[in-house]
Design a protein around this ligand. Structure first.
Ligand SMILES: NC(=O)c1ccc[n+]([C@@H]2O[C@H](COP(=O)([O-])OP(=O)(O)OC[C@H]3O[C@@H](n4cnc5c(N)ncnc54)[C@H](OP(=O)(O)O)[C@@H]3O)[C@@H](O)[C@H]2O)c1
Length: 330
């Protein structure tokens, strides 16, 4: 059977983690082949290829997209390039796994999804959190009634980055800011646990840093079911583990996910906060192997959309992020 040939676009921090997981998966299952990498810089591309044992390296993203041997591309550039590159990759006939957030705004995402649908090509936002086994366990607990009727979600993703106006985190031209970079995780968690419906109300505040992007934000979302979510994210505050967790509260108990976006442990609590069950699930590699398996599963099954990270999930989350920015600005 022909292997699925991956091409990686960009050689930054997350591209390296992804390459490590992809190398692990290729060696483990043999379903895929880590075939090509592209960087804007020839030397970086070669070094990356040597590090991860990738046979082909390109000195531009366009060259990789023009290579007919590439089946699926993983896009790991700054945010502002996600939708344009996804569009170009689909136009070149490639399946796409694109880093989060998959666009800057909802409006920018819709033509990408329309093109995937028209060309019958797989497209998915790399929301790896959803595929992690501990996250899946927490979701199963909630859906099977272990915590009773859902009432409240609290989730924070705060860390403090060294300020650098030209870093992708702080540069508005690259789509910087806490909400787009890490706030997407609490919003995605709340969207998923609340049942994937549109919130009935959103209130939010934001604090912008010197470059004009948000360095801290807080949003409260509520749904017609009565559930509400209290979410925050920051790239300038580090509150340790307390500001990196998710608590999903029902009428009969709650679920705690420490470091929820990369959870390797889910804890089921009773209404007094006492532990009822702990599910430990250490990553087999570094956690990115599970989203890679989902892409493989979809491509082998001829699916153009994941049933775990759907197109409408990405659209709804982008719409919520748009709305948070809008109400915070008023
Ligand atoms: N899923 C996760 O857990 C996770 C974790 C971290 C980040 N991310 C996402 O992954 C993406 C990349 O994040 P990262 O932390 O890997 O960033 P990074 O280390 O800064 O790498 C970004 C890469 O994008 C390329 N690039 C193209 N145009 C650029 C420009 N104008 N300025 C800077 N870099 C440019 C560069 O690769 P070349 O020079 O090789 O072209 C660069 O190495 C972001 O969307 C981020 O939100 C996801």
């Amino acid at each position: 059977m022909k292997k699925i040939r991956w091409g990686i676009i960009a050689t930054g921090a997350i591209a390296s983690k992804f390459a490590q997981a992809c190398r692990f998966e290729c060696d483990r299952s043999g379903i895929s082949e880590l075939y090509a990498v592209a960087s804007r810089d020839e030397v970086k591309s070669l070094n990356f290829a040597n590090t991860w044992n990738i046979p082909v390296s390109y000195a531009s993203y366009e060259e990789l997209l023009a290579d007919p041997e590439v089946d699926v591309v993983y896009i790991a550039t700054p945010h502002s390039m996600h939708a344009p590159l996804s569009y170009s990759a689909l136009q070149s006939g490639k399946a796409v796994l694109c880093e989060k957030p998959v666009s800057l705004h909802r409006d920018e995402l819709e033509p990408v999804i329309a093109l995937a649908r028209q060309k019958k090509l797989f497209f998915m936002e790399a929301m790896w959190m959803k595929f992690n086994p501990s996250f899946q366990t927490a979701l199963k607990w909630a859906l099977s009634g272990k915590i009773g009727f859902l009432r409240y979600i609290r989730s924070d993703f705060c860390f403090s980055a060294q300020f650098n106006p030209v870093d992708r985190l702080f540069d508005p031209a690259l789509g910087g800011g806490a909400l787009l970079d890490v706030g997407i995780y609490p919003v995605t968690l709340a969207h998923m646990f609340s049942g994937g419906k549109k919130p009935s109300s959103i209130s939010a505040i934001m604090r912008n840093g010197p470059t004009g992007v948000d360095i801290w934000n807080k949003a409260v979302l509520s749904w017609d079911s009565g559930v509400f979510a209290d979410l925050s994210s920051s790239i300038s505050i580090h509150g340790g583990a307390a500001l990196r967790s998710a608590l999903i509260v029902g009428e009969q108990g709650s679920i705690l996910l420490p470091d929820f976006w990369m959870a390797q442990r889910a804890v089921l609590l009773n209404t007094e906060g006492l532990e009822l069950a702990v599910a430990e699930a250490p990553f087999e590699c570094n956690g990115y192997e599970y989203e890679i398996r989902e892409v493989e599963h979809c491509l082998l099954g001829g699916k153009i959309e994941s049933s775990v990270q759907t197109w409408s999930d990405s659209i709804m989350v982008m719409e919520i992020l748009d709305q948070i920015r809008k109400v915070a600005a008023t």
